[in-house]
Write a protein that binds this ligand. Structure first.
Ligand SMILES: [Fe+2]
Ligand SMILES: [Fe+2]
Length: 256
């Protein structure tokens, strides 16, 4: 494992754990969101049939393919034990850029968390999901910035030095147009008192980030400590409105 960065177990070691565990010890049924649009969506329950199950049990509880989480996990545990190293590196690099630009601590936290849903859940509407995931634990302004970075990224703001990303032209095509709700949310955010923080996230959102860059998660532990209200029961177990979302990251392949 490389030194520095965020001390994640490498994807290689996760792979090794999966390869060395007894063959298909438990059946993990893939989620609807991960398979909709594919043939597998229609067949994903077939392995539960008695003739296909072969006496195996279905995945419930701690997943042997993933590192075990502490009983009361904090935000940093999710970075270290769940989030993919290179994707988490994008968050660390964005936060580092903001820190070096003299952005407020709340702004640095917003950058650190802006794609948390992309890293832990899924990409579609990740700004909205991410804002919801963190809302009980951060200032409202931070959740606002995470939510609206999604819409603001499609709209240039030359006065701030933000242009439409070349990466979007490359990835989505010249003629791609965002959905109407994105336009509506852009209009709303642009006239909001917290526009500046949300726009700042897009300014520090790196498009050509270096997956091997070394930014230490420990650089942000003080800022997390001051601005992320860690519940003593642990994320997922504090009975908040979003506790189930954190639990889904802890046990992503549980059947129920
Ligand atoms: Fe994003
Ligand atoms: Fe991003």
């Amino acid at each position: 494992m490389e030194e520095g960065l965020i001390n994640l177990p490498s994807s290689e070691s996760c792979l090794l754990a999966a390869e060395t565990e007894p063959v298909a010890e438990k059946i993990a049924v893939k989620s609807a969101l991960g398979t909709l649009g594919t043939q597998e969506y229609h067949t994903r329950f077939d392995m539960l049939l008695p003739e296909n199950r072969g006496g195996r049990k279905v995945m419930m509880g701690d997943d042997p393919a993933l590192p075990k989480m502490p009983a009361a996990p904090g935000l940093i545990d999710f970075f270290k034990l769940r989030f993919d190293r290179s994707a988490a590196s994008h968050l660390l690099q964005s936060a580092n850029l903001a820190l070096n630009s003299g952005v407020s601590e709340k702004g640095v936290l917003a950058c650190l968390l802006h794609d948390i849903a992309m890293v832990g859940l899924f990409g579609c509407d990740h700004g909205y999901w991410g804002a919801q995931l963190i809302a009980p634990y951060v200032d409202e302004e931070v959740a606002f910035a995470v939510r609206y970075h999604q819409a603001l990224r499609y709209f240039p703001d030359p006065a701030c030095g933000f242009e439409y990303p070349q990466a979007y032209i490359d990835l989505f095509g010249e003629d791609y147009k965002p959905e109407p709700y994105i336009y509506a949310d852009y209009q709303y955010a642009k006239n909001h008192k917290w526009y500046g923080l949300a726009r700042m996230v897009t300014l520090n959102d790196l498009y050509a980030f270096d997956p091997n860059a070394k930014v230490d998660l420990e650089s942000f532990t003080d800022i997390i400590g001051r601005h992320f209200r860690q519940p003593k029961e642990g994320l997922g177990f504090d009975n908040s409105q979003v506790a189930h979302m954190w639990r889904s990251i802890i046990w992503p392949r549980n059947f129920l």
